[in-house]
Write a protein that binds this ligand. Sequence first.
Ligand SMILES: NC(=O)c1ccc[n+]([C@@H]2O[C@H](COP(=O)([O-])OP(=O)(O)OC[C@H]3O[C@@H](n4cnc5c(N)ncnc54)[C@H](O)[C@@H]3O)[C@@H](O)[C@H]2O)c1
Ligand SMILES: [Zn+2]
Ligand SMILES: [Zn+2]
Length: 355
Amino acid sequence: MRGVILRETGKPVEVTDELAVRPPGPGEVRVRLRAAGVCHSDLSMCEGRLPARLPLVPGHEGAGVVVELGPGVSGPPVGTHVILSWIPPCGSCALCLGGRPNLCVSVRPPSSTVTVAGEPAHAGLGVGCFAEETVVDARAAIPIPDDVPFDVAAVVGCAVLTGVGAVINTAEVRPGSSVLVIGCGGVGINVIQGARLAAAAPVLAVDQVPEKLEAARAFGATHVATPDELGDAVRELTGGLGFDYAFEVVGRPATIRQAWQATRRGGTTVVVGAGSRDDLVTFNAAELFATERRLTGCLYGSGDVRTDFGRLLRLWRAGRLDLEGLISRRITLDEVGEAFTAMGSGDVIRSLVMF
Ligand SMILES: NC(=O)c1ccc[n+]([C@@H]2O[C@H](COP(=O)([O-])OP(=O)(O)OC[C@H]3O[C@@H](n4cnc5c(N)ncnc54)[C@H](O)[C@@H]3O)[C@@H](O)[C@H]2O)c1
Ligand SMILES: [Zn+2]
Ligand SMILES: [Zn+2]
């Protein structure tokens, strides 16, 4: 089958017809991909900023159809439309039972599901969506209604759950809270529409690319600024007090510091951006205790894929989330490398591979 492969970090991805998936084993299903979004985490894995095993089939934001069940697997049945979850909750560890399934401690990618020219390869984040088919843990295949278009379903699989979830699950933003969002890409735009959903105000969007700020306004930012203008905007919008919540959606030490710096005493900084182990962020001991500012990570929108995918699709059906508007370009597998390059450009929120 056809798919994208990364052989060496820092090198361009290649497209090959020499991929093959093995049949699903016990606890697994085979899924035929119909749509897959290009997330910055894929690019970071290919660049070596996030860990990845090579050779890698990237892609973790996908939707498709179940085509085969492994031995003894009871479902989802063949023909079911699914969104793939890059964290399949086991349902029985202490964290799953404690209501934190995104932090499941039993997540292990299925072993050697895919080969390239007969040699073992690795499916990115256990799902490897930039290929025509994938074999995944059955718990990673989350059923959705048949009438949901696959493109809309795919973006829910990472950008929407992560971004909207950061607001409504991780931070639990209350109406009228002031919100700052740094980074207005595919995930950041969903933080912004999550803030709109939560009736936050003001919602200040910051990005270094001015065109991204137009999209930010369209998705619910009440104010926009470039990084240079951030200081003035904090003074103007919060009287110098700082924001109740700041969401960092870039994954860099400097922007994490900026987000923290822009929150009020007792405010909360949510780090959504996925930074590298080598990037150090510095806090002095005094600022951590004396201002009661809070700093928290956010993995996969602190969501429960078993219920949140459906919840987000209901909000989309009701017109409260714009999912079609996230899809800027529809591409083929051959154009994934170009889509990585295009991530920085102003006219792209999400590029979507259509199969
Ligand atoms: N926490 C999670 O579970 C999770 C899930 C998905 C993605 N991510 C991470 O979220 C981040 C965003 O992903 P994305 O797909 O939206 O990426 P993206 O490339 O679409 O968007 C990043 C945005 O940040 C902007 N930016 C870059 N440097 C900036 C700076 N110094 N100041 C202001 N803006 C700046 C870019 O112009 C761009 O608009 C990435 O780090 C990604 O790996 C995390
Ligand atoms: Zn992602
Ligand atoms: Zn678990």
